[in-house]
Design a protein around this ligand. Sequence first.
Ligand SMILES: Nc1ncnc2c1ncn2[C@@H]1O[C@H](COP(=O)(O)OP(=O)(O)OP(=O)(O)O)[C@@H](O)[C@H]1O
Length: 265
Amino acid sequence: MAEPQIRIAHAGKVFTSAGGDVEALRDINMDIPAGQFVCLLGPSGCGKSTLLNAVAGFSLASSGQVLVDGKPVTDTGPDRGMVFQEYALFPWMTVAQNIGFGLQIRKTPAATIKQTVEGLLETLRLTEFKDRFPKDLSGGMRQRVAIARILALDSPIMLMDEPFGALDALTRRSLQDELLKIQAALKKTVLFVTHSIEESIYLADRIIALSYRPGTVKLDIAVDLPRPRDASSAEFNALKRQLSEVVMHEQQRHQEAEVRGLTVD
Ligand SMILES: Nc1ncnc2c1ncn2[C@@H]1O[C@H](COP(=O)(O)OP(=O)(O)OP(=O)(O)O)[C@@H](O)[C@H]1O
């Protein structure tokens, strides 16, 4: 069998601070093949962002292994592009400049940058906004720019941390659909963090639900429903019920821990 593109083996993460240690992740194991769309699901504080950051190389695992294409992650890299919830765009650059920035850093020839940026502006329906600055865009458009920016670098892996969490329901659905189209066309591997059960079922080939602190893999399931997925179908709702039970249970542990001011182990 082919090597997985991302392998996480017995990974753990402990944050050390003056107030004491926080064990955010414990013994996380998963193999993700190239081209798979994986949603990491769980309530606030279960370690979803911590796990994504360990794959991105922003903040490394404190134990175990995180491998990308067989190599341990020790730093960020061009093979992994990240999209955050808050739109991490450069406010002083136009849409087109934001999209082309990574290529400019790589010293890509200007003609190639122009061609790539124009193609992405079209794919993400941003052409008429190319000369605007981020402050003059809606939230949905800013996230389109953020997606275009990592597509420009052609990273095979897209890491997305609640990218649509701040958007209204309609904009969110349209970006979800665009992302699915892009992923199907470009065969990217996507690791997508969300706390929305519905979003995870709508998007994912596979859903991995994490438990509340320390984050462990609570459930790892394939979603085989045909696309586009119908959120009102019986199959969709059966899966929603199954996942709700898991997530609600962890949410409850989170709330109890907050009330007691304690860490749940
Ligand atoms: N730098 C840090 N120092 C100490 N504790 C941290 C640090 N970063 C995260 N944590 C703790 O680790 C746990 C996991 O945090 P993380 O942000 O990964 O959760 P999450 O599932 O992404 O939550 P959310 O959906 O709220 O972003 C939390 O309890 C958090 O308080």
